[in-house]
Design a protein. Sequence first.
Length: 286
Amino acid sequence: MARNPNPLEGEGPVVEFADRLRRLRGQAGLTQRTLAAKCHYAPSTISTAEGGKKVASWEVVQTIVKACGVADLTEWRAAWDATQETEDASPGSADPPQAAPGRLRTWGVPVIAAVGSSALTWAVALAVLQPRPASLPKVAATPAATYPQGSDPMPAQACGGTTLGYDCDGKSPRMWGCWDSANAVIGSLKEITTKYGTAYLENWYSKTCGTNWARLKMPDSWSARLEIVSREARLCHPTDCTSYNATMPPLYTDMLFGMNTPVTANAYIKLPSGEEKKVTTDTTAG
């Protein structure tokens, strides 16, 4: 049973948000190493998220919070948005924004989006995240969703362009808001189990953007290439389409526009032994 970690040194929204992540892990009875194993992340990813130097990405935060037993992420998303806003607005910040410039984030509670002051936004988000006295419930993992049957809904997002769906092609799903819980589902999932650990190849689909992309969660010692393909197009991991990529997992591709189009996620995995495996998972249009 992990103990509640001591509070972080320093002050400010980023430190307080990281401290809340640490306390949530402590309430769930997890160490950084056991939490990393549940999330399929390297321990260093958990350590960085809890370090208070930089706010972690929403993908990392939601994975951590879910692994600690929280099912409803609304309040956490509101607090993350507020923290991200204060970090983006801080002097000297050189990090790219998590969403397109000028695009209003709508994942948080309504009062958060309506407040203009960064300081006041953080205060409101902090208030809704006060720890509850009851112990956190242990929630089973959510089963993978199925690919939408029948005709795909018409895309409602152009990802900064003028043509719905088509202008999301080749862009980052995380940067353009296509990978949020309101409109994205795992169309298909493949589990890869070896004596070196377990990896998960996911074929994601966004109903709002009309796009697919692939994500691979794998142990830290593995390397892989990753791509999302249809009959007409092929997109790889953003930094490398030809050689094995050993950057910190998970890997994910840019988006491939594919309404009513069968799409395949391919992972070319190299195990620590040098053995190579090709793994695929498909979606099929209804």
